[in-house]
Write a protein that binds this ligand. Structure first.
Ligand SMILES: Nc1ncnc2c1ncn2[C@@H]1O[C@H](COP(=O)(O)OP(=O)(O)OP(=O)(O)O)[C@@H](O)[C@H]1O
Ligand SMILES: [Mn+2]
Length: 547
C-alpha cells in the first residue's frame, strides 16, 4: 500500500514537471513571433533600392574624379564587390526578418550607376572639353540658301514613293532638320561630331527605331551588308550578327578570313568616343525583323533571291558578296528577329568626296608574305619623310588610330579615309571596325608596331589614356556605361567582361610603350621630349597622375 502511494506520487510529480516544461517551451517559441508582430511594416523593394542608390551617391566622392589624384577612390570592382556584399546581407535579412530578397538586377543596377558616374566625370574633364574652333571653311557641308529665298518653309525633296516617307518640310533653320542631316552638317575638319553633341540622342534613337522603307545590298567591300533607308530619308549601313558574344575567333583563322562582328562595330563607336576621338560615325544595335524590314521592302532582286526558311523555321538570307555569302553562312532571324549593327551613313560621295589612303603599316594579306614594316625596325624613318606623313598632324592621327586598333585588337586596318575637302590637314575617319574584338584572351602586339617604331603621340591623347587608366575613370567601366545606352545591351552585353578587362590590360601596354619610347629617346638621342607632341600647351597642370 505504501509502495503504491509512493509510485502514484512519483507519476504525479513527473506529470507536473512535464507540464511546466511544455509551458516553458511554448513561451520560448512564441516570444520571437510576438516580437515580430511589433516590428515596423516590411520595407518595400523600391525603398531598399532608393536607399542603396542614396548610399552609393554619398560614396561618389571617394569614387569620383575630385579625388582621382589622391588615390582615395574605390575601384568599380570594389563597388561591385560592396554591392554584392550588401545584397548578400539583405538576403540574410530576408531569411530572418522577411525582407523581399535583393535580386541580381539591383546589384547590377548599382554597379552601373557607379560606371555611369565615371563616364560623366570623364566627359566633364577639361581634356574632353577643349574648344574646337570651326571657322566657316572648316565645315564639311553648308546649307545652300534657296535661289528665291523666302521665309516660308519649303519642301526641298520629293519622295519617289510618297506614301512611304514623311511629309518633310525643311528650311535653312537647323530646328527643322532631321537628326541625320544635322549630323552631316556638324562634320568639321577635326571631328565627325562635337563632344556632348546635342543631336546624338535623337540621331541614335531614330536609327534604332525608325521604320525601314528600303534595304539593299551595299556594293564594295567583301562581306554582306545592307543600306537601310528610313522614312525621313536617313540611311544606315547594316551589318548582321554572325558570331555569339562569348565566342572567340578560331586561333587557326588568319585575320583576313575573320568574320565581321556587329557588336564590334557598335563597341568601336563607343570606344572611339570614350577615347575622345569622335572619328567613327555613330553605330547602334537593333533587332531587325528579317521579313518586314528587309525581305518585304527590298528592291534588290539579287538579295531577295537568297531568302529561305531554315529547318527550324527561322527566316534566313545570305546575299551576294565575295566572302561568306552562301547558304552555309546565311544569317538568320530567331525566328524573324535578327541582331544587327546600324552605322549612320556619311554624306553621299557626290556631296562630300572622300580620299582613301593605303596604310603604310598594311598587312600583307597573305599566309606567307611579310610586309616591309615587319622586318625593318627603321621603317618609320622612311614613312616620316613621305608625304603626307612628313608634315602636319597625319602621323599623330595615324598613331591615334593605331591605339584604337590595338585596344580593340583590329588587325584589318588596310586603308583609311579622309574628306577630300580638307586636304592633308584633317582627321582620319575610322570606318569598318567589324573585325575588332575577336579575341580577348590574346593581345596582338604587331598592331602597336607603328607606335613602337615612330615613338610619337599627341599629348592630349596620351593624357586621356592616362586618365582612363585611373580607377576613377577606368576604361572598362566607362565602356560598360557607354554601351549600356545601346538597345542591344538589354539582349546581351555587347562586350563580355573578358573583352572589357582586355581593354584595361591593353591600355597598360600602350602606356608602357610610350614610357619605353621616352627611355629609348633619352638613351639614344638625349631627348625624350620628341615622343610627346605638345598640342595642348594651354592645358598644363591638368595632367592626371600616372595610372
Ligand atoms: N558609315 C558609312 N557611311 C558611308 N560609307 C560607309 C560607311 N561605312 C562604310 N562605308 C563604305 O562602305 C564600304 C564597305 O564598308 P566596310 O569597309 O565596312 O565593309 P567591308 O566588307 O568590311 O569592306 P572590306 O572588305 O574592304 O574591309 C566602304 O567603301 C566604306 O567606305
Ligand atoms: Mn572590313
Amino acid at each position: 500500500m505504501l509502495r503504491m502511494r509512493y509510485r502514484y506520487r512519483t507519476i504525479c510529480l513527473s506529470l507536473a514537471f512535464f507540464t511546466v516544461f511544455v509551458h516553458l517551451l511554448l513561451v520560448l517559441v512564441s516570444l520571437p513571433i510576438n516580437q515580430q508582430s511589433c516590428d515596423p511594416p516590411l520595407t518595400p523593394r523600391t525603398n531598399i533600392l532608393r536607399e542603396l542608390a542614396h548610399k552609393d551617391q554619398s560614396s561618389v566622392g571617394s569614387d569620383g574624379p575630385a579625388e582621382a589624384s589622391t588615390g582615395r577612390q574605390a575601384s568599380s570592382k570594389d563597388a561591385r564587390k560592396d554591392a554584392r556584399k550588401d545584397a548578400r546581407k539583405d538576403a540574410r535579412k530576408d531569411a530572418r526578418g522577411g525582407f523581399v530578397p535583393m535580386d541580381v538586377s539591383s546589384v547590377t543596377e548599382r554597379a552601373l550607376e557607379s560606371d555611369q558616374r565615371k563616364m560623366e566625370a570623364l566627359f566633364d574633364h577639361p581634356l574632353y572639353n577643349m574648344p574646337v574652333p570651326v571657322p566657316e571653311e572648316d565645315w564639311l557641308l553648308k546649307v545652300k540658301p534657296r535661289v528665291h529665298s523666302s521665309d516660308k518653309s519649303s519642301r526641298m525633296w520629293v519622295s519617289a514613293n510618297e506614301e512611304d516617307n514623311e511629309d518633310i518640310r525643311w528650311n535653312s533653320s537647323s530646328d527643322s532638320h532631321p537628326p541625320w542631316l544635322r549630323f552631316h552638317l556638324g562634320i568639321s575638319r577635326w571631328q565627325l561630331f562635337a563632344h556632348r553633341d546635342q543631336n546624338m540622342a535623337a540621331l541614335t534613337q531614330q536609327i534604332a527605331t525608325q521604320r525601314v522603307v528600303s534595304a539593299v545590298q551595299k556594293s564594295g567591300g567583301t562581306q554582306l551588308k545592307l543600306v537601310m533607308t528610313f522614312t525621313n530619308y536617313g540611311q544606315a549601313l547594316l551589318k548582321p550578327m554572325k558570331q555569339e558574344r562569348d565566342e572567340e575567333t578560331n586561333y587557326n583563322l588568319y585575320y583576313f578570313s575573320d568574320f565581321e562582328r556587329h557588336n564590334a562595330e557598335i563597341a568601336a563607336f563607343h570606344l572611339d568616343r570614350v577615347l575622345g576621338f569622335r572619328r567613327v560615325p555613330p553605330v547602334v544595335g537593333r533587332l531587325v525583323d528579317v521579313v518586314e524590314e528587309i525581305k518585304d521592302v527590298t528592291t534588290d532582286r539579287k538579295l531577295a533571291r537568297t531568302f529561305f526558311t531554315s529547318p527550324v523555321g527561322s527566316v534566313c538570307f545570305y546575299g551576294q558578296c565575295s566572302y561568306y555569302c552562301s547558304t552555309e553562312h546565311a544569317v538568320c532571324g530567331r525566328p524573324r528577329l535578327m541582331e544587327a549593327s546600324l552605322g549612320v551613313m556619311l554624306p553621299d560621295l557626290s556631296l562630300a568626296p572622300r580620299r582613301t589612303w593605303r596604310s603604310p603599316w598594311r598587312r600583307s594579306y597573305s599566309r606567307t608574305k611579310m610586309a616591309k614594316w615587319e622586318t625593318d625596325p627603321d621603317y618609320c624613318s622612311s614613312v616620316k619623310k613621305t608625304p603626307p606623313y612628313n608634315k602636319g598632324t597625319r602621323l599623330l592621327d595615324f598613331m591615334d588610330m593605331v591605339i584604337l586598333d590595338f585596344l580593340m585588337s583590329n588587325m584589318d586596318r588596310h586603308h583609311y579615309d579622309t574628306f577630300e575637302k580638307f586636304g592633308n590637314n584633317t582627321f582620319l575617319i575610322h570606318l569598318d571596325n567589324g573585325r575588332a574584338f575577336g579575341r580577348h584572351s590574346k593581345d596582338e602586339p604587331s598592331i602597336l608596331v607603328p607606335l613602337e617604331q615612330c615613338c610619337r603621340i599627341r599629348r592630349s591623347t596620351w593624357l586621356r589614356l592616362r586618365l582612363l587608366s585611373l580607377p576613377g575613370y577606368r576604361l572598362s567601366d566607362v565602356m560598360r556605361a557607354s554601351l549600356s545606352h545601346d538597345a542591344l545591351q538589354r539582349v546581351a552585353p555587347l562586350l563580355s567582361q573578358p573583352h572589357l578587362s582586355a581593354l584595361d590590360r591593353r591600355l597598360q601596354t600602350v602606356l608602357q610603350t610610350v614610357s619605353l619610347c621616352e627611355e629609348r629617346k633619352r638613351r639614344e638621342e638625349g631627348d625624350e621630349d620628341q615622343v610627346i607632341y605638345d598640342d595642348i600647351t594651354h592645358l598644363k597642370g591638368e595632367e592626371p597622375p600616372a595610372g
